[in-house]
Design a binder for this molecule. Structure first.
Ligand code: ZN
Length: 346
């Protein structure tokens, strides 16, 4: 016997309203069958057809891919049970599925949205937030899961002191230096070009809006490049060192210096500190923050003599007391490492 559904049953089955089905019937998108008494009914084949999974000859050769959907209503259920529900759904309809894709999310009022990347973590989904940068939309999904300890490198060094600077992003007390990526400096010419073009557009015009979007996209790209460089550096640091000593930088105060503000914000000191702090917690590292009043660059790392008349232009530190000569940033990094370990011990 053929399986048939009444109008309201079929509406429930395919999760559509009765009104929509009536409209589809009228416009011929999905024609209902009629009984002798002129009542509408639907068949099982139509159900499959609606799902885009009809099993006629042409389609049966096609690869069947099923998107695994995370609906807002079932967000609290475990992902596995949702997959199981889908599998039984497909098995009941006699569908051979070649591939499961887990990348569709239902956003209230917008409906089903396809993601460019599938969910990488499994667990209970607690909430989701939608945000937008330039013309790109993002959804951040909060997943509750068991934490696994992060992999640390085998020969982890014990302590490192870090001096952040404008010329070089970071100087480590072991002598290593890290160049910043400085994306704003690299792309500033393009930015100025775009902004000049914007100034020539009449406000509110189509061209103006388009130009503004171009600028927003470039700003987004700049921040992406900066974030990438910082993430690589902070990850490596937290992975390879047990104790990280940092200077408590007064970033807001430094930004008041207009000559340096652009360079400082391009380096992303604040973001660097934020990343080190949360990654240290993930890796189980210690952070020691040295007070901003600690004279890290004025002190001699060899004899502890303080050099009061140190100018910003002196790139190499020369000690009058013991004749010690060292790179200015390296000297500061060594001082920060010593002060940081002292603070941790006491
Ligand atoms: Zn000295």
């Amino acid at each position: 016997m053929k399986i048939t559904y009444r109008l309201n049953e079929f509406a429930k089955l395919i999760n559509r309203s009765v009104k929509t089905l009536q409209k589809w019937d009228r416009f011929g998108k999905l024609k209902a069958y009629r009984t002798a008494t002129n009542r509408r009914y639907y068949t099982h084949d139509q159900d499959l057809e609606y799902m885009g999974l009809a099993q006629n000859d042409a389609l049966s050769k096609k690869k069947v891919i099923v998107y695994y959907r995370v609906s807002s209503a079932s967000q609290k259920d475990d992902m596995k049970s949702q997959k199981q529900a889908l599998e039984t759904f497909c098995a009941a309809r006699g569908l051979a599925v070649d591939e499961w894709l887990y990348d569709i999310v239902r956003i209230p009022k917008l409906g089903w949205v396809k993601l460019t990347e599938s969910l990488r973590f499994s667990g209970n989904i607690l909430s989701a937030t939608v945000s937008r940068i330039a013309d790109k939309w993002f959804i951040s999904i909060c997943v509750q899961m068991e934490t696994t300890p992060f992999k640390k490198s085998e020969n982890q060094a014990l302590v490192v002191g870090i001096d952040l600077g404008v010329k070089k992003l970071a100087t480590l007390s072991n002598g290593e230096t890290v160049e910043g990526v400085k994306p704003l400096k690299k792309l500033s010419r393009r930015l100025v070009q775009l902004q000049r073009h914007l100034a020539r557009c009449s406000k509110g015009s189509k061209r103006y809006i388009r130009q503004k979007m171009k600028i927003a996209r470039l700003h987004y790209r700049i921040s992406c490049i900066r974030q990438d460089g910082l993430h690589k550096l902070t990850h490596r640091l937290c992975q390879s060192v047990r104790v990280i000593c940092l200077e408590d930088l007064n970033v807001k105060g430094m930004l008041k210096n207009h000559k340096l503000a652009k360079a400082i914000s391009d380096m992303g000191f604040y973001e660097f500190k934020r990343q080190v702090e949360y990654k240290a917690a993930l890796f189980g590292n210690w952070i020691s923050i040295v007070s901003k009043w600690f004279p890290s660059s004025k002190k001699c790392s060899n004899c502890d003599n303080k050099k009061e008349d140190l100018t910003l232009s002196e790139r190499t530190y020369h000690c009058h007391h013991c004749g010690f000569e060292i790179d200015r940033d390296l000297n500061a990094a060594i001082n920060i490492e010593r002060e940081g370990t002292r603070l941790l011990v006491y």
